[in-house]
Design a protein around this ligand. Sequence first.
Ligand SMILES: [Zn+2]
Length: 257
Amino acid sequence: MNEGCQSDCRNNPIDRLADQILWAAREMFQRGLVVGAWGNISLRLATRCGDGRFLQNDLAAASSPGALASNSQSDIDHDDLILITPSGMDYNQLQKTDLVAINLEGQIIRGHRRPSTEMALHLAIYRQRPEIRAIVHTHSVFASALAVARIPLPPILEELAQLLGQEVPVSEYALAGTEGLAEKAVKALGQGPAVLLTNHGLVGVGKTVSEALMICQVVEKGAQVYIFSRILGSPRVLSSGEVKQLREEYLYRYGQK
Ligand SMILES: [Zn+2]
């Protein structure tokens, strides 16, 4: 086992990732990106760590009181393990024990709740995008308005260009909670950071749950500004050169590094 792997595993224990999901779920709800129990969040855990020893340790720790519930001790050697929010539960009441651990085939590994009805959507994205470790799915108002009108969100603002660096596409319509929706969403998402789901909402992806959540927030703000600017006149869309410049500035020179 190399040092990088050990470090990755130690820094991503299942319990800490469960805390991150709960944090993001409450943020998503409190910021008005969803109403009720709609929307969902997942995180992919690091599990391919040599002999899997750290994964086993993490799962054993997660079986302790107050952590994720354990269904069995035998089924822990998976290449990918995903923690996902449960179906139809109040975000303010959500506990770590309510989260469900599944594998890439959708089998429940840990947890006693029914997983989100959009589990297929999350799994399809993780299968297509090995680098993605977090998915946030919201039903925010302005992004949903664009999704209903089937209008992609072009890069019209600094933060859209910097964080996303491209247009947010709209997927073809499919019934919520189906494999069809998962297929169409993945097709439209491609290698991008977000996709609008027709007559439904928004999906943001990232390497961390805070990044995926921030993408959803920036897209929602961008959608609002885009709709207002279309009411006022003809929005000026940033050129591909301007987007590239802003994106590179953000990636290489923005913030404290
Ligand atoms: Zn939804």
